[in-house]
Design a protein around this ligand. Structure first.
Ligand SMILES: Cc1cc2nc3c(=O)[nH]c(=O)nc-3n(C[C@H](O)[C@H](O)[C@H](O)COP(=O)(O)OP(=O)(O)OC[C@H]3O[C@@H](n4cnc5c(N)ncnc54)[C@H](O)[C@@H]3O)c2cc1C
Ligand code: FES
Length: 344
């Protein structure tokens, strides 16, 4: 999600966006890409940057989930979703979505966006993690392929390779600027997965020095890739988008008191050990701003006036924001009694 330590240099906006309006988009096309993946287009419009995502839910009975645009801004809006085993929303989308369906949507969100200028980029994608790269690569195509880019595209099987024909067309249009290495767990020839320290090390050894590395996919691949990139290209700027996020924690055991300072009033509420502060505030009838509710957008940012709110390393706060005492209540847990106020 972000930039960590010297490896990750996330630029944090001074102020955070207000909670976005809920939009209603009608599905205009549904295309089966692979046995477990669909793409769909919608009739909406949205000003977003290549690499960003929206939150959507197909019905009010289902939870909100994040999906990245799989096309560059300015083209008909398209999302691409892979079914996750026993997944509530991805199963609905990949098995039941039909033309004419209405979706509730919020966004755009995210900082997984290329810098305005760079000289060479390396992308690492795992499975459905290729979606934001399609958006970024199409942007590069629109700009006339100003810089060389390599993509390491990991998939379990050839059958499950997502949007491969579009990737091939991008290579053909790039005049040699785009190189894609497809890595399959079931490869009979060529690079073979799954991603491991050795596999990533060997693939990165063959890559020229980039000034930006962007990686997107499931947590285990991201952890391995981060380590391998750090070892091969020390000090390079790394952008991360992790496709698995923690959802609401209900907590148990000891209870502490968090005091919300809001509109000049003090509003204390109980929070259990391990419980997300936003969930506890809602139970107490308090209204705190929220967007993605999974540490990805920053809308729920608060200033911690005293005490400590712990947030996961992959939540979208920069080291600077953490040092300045900011936290995210949607994924934050209270370590003892605290005082917080909503951030501007
Ligand atoms: C910023 C962001 C952008 C994303 N963009 C896309 C996208 O473009 N296309 C896309 O297909 N997905 C994308 N995802 C993942 C997506 O938001 C959902 O997490 C995914 O569709 C599963 O949701 P679900 O409701 O079906 O599963 P859930 O009901 O939430 O989970 C069911 C089970 O699957 C596990 N699980 C959840 N998510 C994943 C996952 N991604 N991989 C493996 N196991 C998982 C859970 O731990 C749980 O055990 C993105 C996620 C983030 C955070
Ligand atoms: S609501 Fe998006 S980070 Fe908390």
């Amino acid at each position: 999600m972000g930039f960590l330590g010297s490896l990750f240099k996330k630029k944090a906006p001074a102020t955070r966006p207000a909670p976005p309006q809920v939009l209603s988009w009608r599905v205009t096309t549904v295309t089966r890409e692979t046995p477990s993946t669909i793409s769909f287009e919608v009739d909406g419009t949205l000003d977003f940057k290549a690499g960003q995502f929206v939150l959507l839910r197909p019905t009010a009975a289902l939870p909100w989930r994040a999906y990245s645009f799989s096309r560059a801004p300015g083209l008909p809006l398209r999302l691409t979703v892979k079914k996750v085993k026993d997944g509530q929303v991805s199963t609905h989308l990949t098995e039941k979505l039909a033309v004419g369906d209405l979706l509730e949507v919020k966004g755009p969100y995210g900082h997984f966006v290329l810098p305005s200028s760079f000289t060479r980029a390396l992308f690492i994608a795992g499975g459905s993690g290729v979606t934001p790269f399609l958006s970024m690569l199409q942007e590069q195509q629109k700009a006339g392929w100003p810089t060389p880019i390599s993509l390491l595209d990991f998939n379990r099987t050839g059958v499950e390779q997502i949007l491969k024909a579009e990737l091939d067309a991008l290579i053909a249009s790039s005049g040699g600027k785009l190189e894609i290495v497809h890595v399959l767990d079931d490869a009979q020839a060529g690079p073979k997965g799954p991603p491991s320290k050795d596999v990533l090390g060997a693939l990165l050894a063959g890559q020229a020095q980039p000034d930006v590395v962007a990686m997107c996919g499931p947590q285990p691949m991201m952890d391995l890739a981060r380590e391998a990139v750090h070892a091969r290209f020390p000090g390079v700027t790394v952008l991360e988008e992790k496709f698995t996020m923690s959802h609401e924690e209900s907590g148990s055991g000891a209870t502490v008191t968090v005091e919300l300072v809001q509109d000049g009033k003090s509003k204390p509420f109980p929070v259990k050990d391990g419980e997300h502060v936003l969930a506890a505030a809602r139970k107490a009838g308090l209204n705190l701003s929220a967007g993605c509710e999974m540490g990805a957008c920053g809308v729920c940012r608060v200033k911690v006036l005293s005490g400590e709110i712990h947030i996961p390393d992959d939540a979208c706060l920069s080291d600077g924001e953490k040092a300045d005492g900011y936290a995210l209540v949607c994924v934050g847990t209270a370590k003892g009694n605290c005082r917080i106020e909503p951030a501007p």
